[in-house]
Write a protein that binds this ligand. Structure first.
Ligand SMILES: [Zn+2]
Ligand SMILES: [Zn+2]
Ligand SMILES: [Zn+2]
Length: 202
């Protein structure tokens, strides 16, 4: 069966794609600002709900404050009506995809040097870790060549940075081992540095 014919369920409230989330499902986007998730607590409420009611809710901060349930229930009903008038978004399941290679649900990671290698118009993209390593180590390699290092020295620098990047997250090491074979075919080309074997010395 074609992936596109499948209808997924919201993992939170369970509705099918195309259906509205159960009201107060934290996965529903706000119909006013489009902010993903948590329509129920979106600050947009404050623009449309009677400020006096919101002030009352704000004064009842704790959920065990007397009257909290009643007021928050009232706010929720008012907000639901406003959202319905505007038009609520039905549930659609969007997988995360690497912007470079198209891998679906890639391994997610954090690297403090992200902004050094990824230009501003792509910083909000998702990159799989493998693509990111190709970008980063290639950039280091080319930069070193530009600084009059020979190929061997440049490759050593790139390998060092690769190792440092991988070491920031121990889960990455397992991931890297799995992808080692694919890596070697990528790294074998003349224009990219040869990447080290992660199974050793880490
Ligand atoms: Zn839902
Ligand atoms: Zn909003
Ligand atoms: Zn990728």
């Amino acid at each position: 069966m074609d992936q596109r014919d499948l209808r997924y369920n919201c993992h939170d409230c369970g509705v099918l794609e195309g259906q509205l989330h159960e009201w107060e499902c934290p996965e529903e986007p706000c119909p006013f600002c489009g902010q993903p998730r948590e329509v129920v607590i979106c600050e947009c409420r404050r623009k449309y709900i009677d400020p006096a009611v919101m002030r009352t809710l704000d004064s009842l901060i704790l959920e065990d404050d007397e009257g909290y349930d009643e007021v928050s229930g009232k706010v929720s009903e008012m907000w639901k009506e406003i959202c319905e008038k505007k038009g609520r978004f039905p549930f659609v399941w969007y997988p995360r995809v690497c912007a470079r290679c198209g891998e679906v649900w890639p391994y997610t990671f954090y690297d403090p040097e992200w902004n050094q290698y990824i230009a501003p118009d792509h910083r909000r993209d998702i990159l799989c870790f493998d693509c990111y390593l190709v970008i980063k180590t290639s950039a280091v390699y080319e930069r070193c060549l530009g600084q009059d290092m020979d190929k061997e020295q440049a490759e050593a620098m790139a390998v060092q940075r690769f190792n440092e990047t991988v070491k920031t997250d121990s889960a990455i090491n397992d991931h890297i081992k799995e992808r080692r074979a694919e890596w070697e075919s990528i790294a074998g080309s003349q224009t990219k540095p040869t990447l080290p074997d992660h199974g050793q010395g880490t």
